[in-house]
Write a protein that binds this ligand. Structure first.
Ligand code: NAI
Ligand SMILES: C[N+](C)(C)CC(=O)CC(=O)[O-]
Length: 500
């Protein structure tokens, strides 16, 4: 599978910043060029929101965050990048100029995607020397959560470019859909534009205000669309007689005055003022970053619900999330698979490096208790991958299950604090592994929490413990032997409430 190794974002506004977050949280280094004086602050805030959202979205081990570099020139940003995403304002002359500059400075094999909402790729690639690798990758806001990118080629885009782009988006949790032909505004924005025009008429004609219009969407078909789109929803609406019956029943409405789509509203000052005032009344109590966080929490909830859809197989965006998580598990949080990790057994194994995410913090202002178990769980998962108990091993029917845990909270972890976790094996036999993990502050190495745990090797389908195979024991035993020579950890073997 082809993966993005280094990305460049040209334009770091709403969309460029969110692309950067998607790449960074996928473990990819990103260089940004944006001349705006506030670009660095804005991108940093967007990335922080994205990181918070990922903390809620998935328990799968994310790779170490990529490195973010702000560059003084476009040329500097694209150097070494194999995916360049242009996200400058929606003006043909500006975009064409920027894309032509990218083309001249980038590696000829680098893919160049444009975030344009509706400009034709043939127009955008007109002056490029290597137009075959240029295409539209039209995302949806927020790019770091919504998985879709419409992939659209121009007359001179090679078909392989679109296939390669789709392949490279999958490991960062995105679904690239390739359109058969280019058309202004592609598929999504054509639909949204039709909807938007109708909505503007409804406000203009005082049928409702912006809040009522939004209520109509979010309490009804908006929820349907998140999971089944238009045609599958209408198929169900046709009842047992299906789609043909639906078309026969509602087809005549097409001739009735149910839409004003052919008539474009005049977006004059009066209408702009009206919409802005209604929008202020509806949402003005929140700042933009607050609204983004609320939106992200809701989207995460929807995606998680969809992950449980279709009897747990995942549905729509939930299926993409599930596939993304499978990929993350198989990659093992950037530690690589067990075989390639070099292990220093002369000390407890340092298996997890992370940061306290906003979603982990509770009303006491510090990391909440179940997140400790999450970090300890990530640590034991990392041990398992190290000894060959990876995703393929689990899929083949065996695993280790945790049967006992004792956590001690010895310090506090605050929002954004860098922490790391170590693990020392205490004892091992063919069925059991007993180990002691410690969460440390990354700056001081001070101990924040410890966990003593016992895991059993199991046959998952039989639902019972069985002996681990020789190849797992061959990896586990040397670590256990080395750790037996270390000092027995202070606090191991303690019971709850025991005095020192
Ligand atoms: N905002 C949205 O909901 C969506 C926007 N898009 C598309 O993404 C693109 C960017 O839109 P937004 O991020 O919303 O705009 P924005 O105005 O938030 O950001 C544009 C950024 O480009 C920077 N910029 C201007 N000239 C530049 C140059 N020569 N080189 C590098 N950076 C430059 C600006 O300083 C600004 O930070 C547009 O093509 C838009 O149609 C696509 C999907 C959704
Ligand atoms: C309004 N818009 C045309 C920029 C919207 C998009 O392009 C996609 C989105 O995120 O809705």
């Amino acid at each position: 599978m082809s993966k993005i190794k280094k990305a460049a974002c040209i334009g770091g506004g709403v969309i460029g910043g969110a692309w950067a977050a998607r790449f960074l949280l996928g473990g990819i280094d990103v260089s940004i060029f944006d001349p705006h004086p506030d670009a660095e602050r804005i991108v940093t805030e967007v990335v922080a929101n994205a990181e918070r959202a990922y903390g809620m979205l998935t328990m799968a081990p994310l790779p170490p965050r990529g490195k973010l570099t702000f560059c003084a020139t476009l040329e500097e940003a694209v150097t070494g990048a194999d995916w360049i995403q242009e996200s400058v304002p929606e003006r043909l002359d500006l975009k064409r100029g920027v894309l032509t500059k990218i083309d001249a400075a980038a590696d000829p094999k680098a893919l160049i995607g444009s975030s344009t909402s509706g400009l034709m790729p043939t127009e955008l690639q007109r002056d490029m020397r290597h137009p075959e690798r240029m295409f539209v990758a039209h995302p949806y806001n927020p790019v770091y959560l919504l998985p879709l990118a419409e992939l659209v080629g121009g007359e001179r885009t090679s078909p392989e470019t679109l296939l390669l782009a789709r392949e490279r988006l999958a490991p960062i949790g995105m679904k690239g859909v390739i359109l058969k032909k280019e058309i202004e505004a592609f598929v999504g924005d054509r639909l949204l534009e039709a909807f938007w025009r109708e909505a503007l008429w409804l406000i203009h004609d005082d049928i409702c205000d912006t809040e009522t219009l939004d209520d109509v969407i979010r309490y009804s078909f908006g929820m349907r669309w998140a999971q089944m789109g238009l045609f599958e929803t209408y198929r169900i609406a046709g009842g047992e007689a299906g789609m043909r019956h639906f078309l026969a029943q509602f087809g005549p409405c097409l001739a009735w005055p149910w839409t004003k789509l052919t008539d474009v509203v005049d977006l004059d000052d009066a209408l702009v003022d009206k919409i802005a005032a209604q929008s202020d009344a509806q949402s003005g109590a929140y700042g933009i970053r607050d609204l983004e966080r609320i939106r992200d929490e809701n989207l995460v909830g929807i995606m998680q619900a969809l992950k449980a859809g279709d009897g747990g197989k995942g549905w729509g965006a939930g299926k993409i999330l599930s596939e993304f998580e499978t990929h993350l598990w198989s990659e093992g949080g950037g530690n690589g698979n067990g075989a390639s990790l070099s292990v220093d057994t002369s000390a407890p194994l340092r298996l997890v490096d992370t940061r306290v995410n906003a979603a982990w913090v509770d009303y006491n202002g510090h990391m909440t208790e179940h997140r400790y178990l999450q970090v300890f769980g990530d640590t034991s998962d990392a041990l398992l991958r190290l000894i060959g108990v990876d995703f393929a091993y689990v899929e083949a029917g065996h695993s280790y299950y945790t049967v006992e845990t004792h956590i001690r909270h010895l310090g506090e972890a605050k929002l954004g604090q860098a922490i790391y976790a170590t693990l020392q094996i205490l004892s091992v036999d063919e069925k059991r592994v007993r180990f002691f993990s410690t969460i440390h502050d990354s700056k001081t190495d001070g101990i924040i929490a410890t966990a003593e745990q016992l895991m059993l090797h199991v046959d998952a389908s039989a639902g019972k413990s069985v002996v681990a195979p020789p190849e797992v024991m061959a990896k586990l035993a040397p670590i256990a032997q080395a750790h037996a020579k270390l000092t027995f950890p202070d606090g191991a073997g303690r019971s709850v409430g025991q005095k020192n």
